[in-house]
Design a protein around this ligand. Structure first.
Ligand SMILES: [Mn+2]
Length: 308
């Protein structure tokens, strides 16, 4: 199944890609309910959580093979949560976006696509944002139509999600200027910036401006207040390059990074596999984190064997 979707994502012509970008992204169902930009997870199954992919479709395929995603998705209650940043930087940007959208189309009830800062708001364009250039090279006569359709799609992606067992899923960080989850139902640009762009810091207690030029660095006090106000246990996010995953604020902020190789040259592809039904302790949450080691020297060889 997913081998077929993977192959198809490399073969789409511009019309097929455009049709895919224009499809409705569907959320309200048995497993998710969406209100504005916030998704409540209703599933009692398992969640596979994927961090930044940034055009590295091959690492995504490695994860899917490693954990037998066909078998995983054959259980109706199981879901995949993507934490955003599908395009920019990597070698296979439109293929990655196409693959994820094909997956969403086939398993619309089971796949949740959150928004990253590289699925940008018009007033918060990251730099570099090379996705339009990639499209122009690949589809010279229609790249602008494809980019506009992608951009429109990005605007519709929800910002954050939470599970009934207390996990908050987001690309960057918690809403800082208004901690209430309900603030994400109809968020201001300021809140959009905070949740898509922020990073945790150990040497800050509250928050301070970020070197990224957007979003904030948030400290332990912000994390603890946000979790307490909303009755949550932990924040699971992406956004920062690391060796698969990292922990901040005594394990209450988990970062997952699901790609390897250039331009970060990390050696581990991270993902998370966690139950949505049972109570989770921070200790248990750590055991849900998985890493797949790859050697950068061998990347081409490793990837070659997966590439068809
Ligand atoms: Mn990011």
């Amino acid at each position: 199944m997913f081998e077929e979707l993977y192959r198809k994502s490399f073969l789409l012509d511009e019309e097929e890609f455009l049709a895919l970008l224009k499809k409705d992204i569907y959320y309200n169902g048995k497993l998710f309910s969406i209100e504005g930009s916030l998704v409540k997870i209703l599933s009692n199954g398992m969640a596979l959580v994927i961090g930044d992919v940034h055009g590295d479709i091959k690492s995504l395929k490695v994860i899917f093979e490693h954990m037998d995603v066909e078998k995983f998705l054959s259980k109706d209650e199981n879901i995949i949560i993507f934490l955003g940043d599908y395009v920019d930087r990597g070698q296979y940007q439109y293929e990655t976006l196409a693959f994820i959208l094909l997956l969403k189309e086939k398993f619309r009830e089971q796949v949740l696509l959150l928004r990253g800062n590289h699925e940008p708001h018009i007033e918060l364009i990251p730099y570099p944002h090379d996705f339009p250039h990639v499209l122009r090279n690949r589809f010279p006569s229609k790249w602008d139509v494809l980019y506009r359709a992608s951009f429109n799609l990005f605007q519709k992606l929800p910002l954050a999600s939470f599970s009934s067992n207390g996990i908050f899923f987001v690309h960057g960080g918690p809403p800082i200027s208004d901690h209430r989850l309900s603030s994400l139902k109809n968020p201001s640009l300021k809140l959009i910036e905070e949740v898509l762009w922020s990073d945790p810091r150990e040497d800050v207690l509250e928050s301070m401006p970020s070197f990224r030029g957007a979003g904030l660095y948030f400290g332990k006090n912000v994390t603890e207040r946000f979790l307490k106000i909303n009755g949550l246990t932990a924040i699971v996010r992406g956004h920062e390059p690391c060796e698969g995953f990292k922990l901040n604020h005594n394990g209450k902020v988990v970062t997952i990074f699901s790609r390897a190789g250039p331009p970060y040259w990390n050696h581990s592809i991270g993902y998370m596999l966690l139950p949505l039904s049972s109570n989770l302790t921070l200790e248990y949450l750590k055991n849900c984190l998985k890493n797949i080691e790859v050697s950068n020297d061998d990347n081409s060889t490793l990837y070659e064997s997966y590439f068809q």
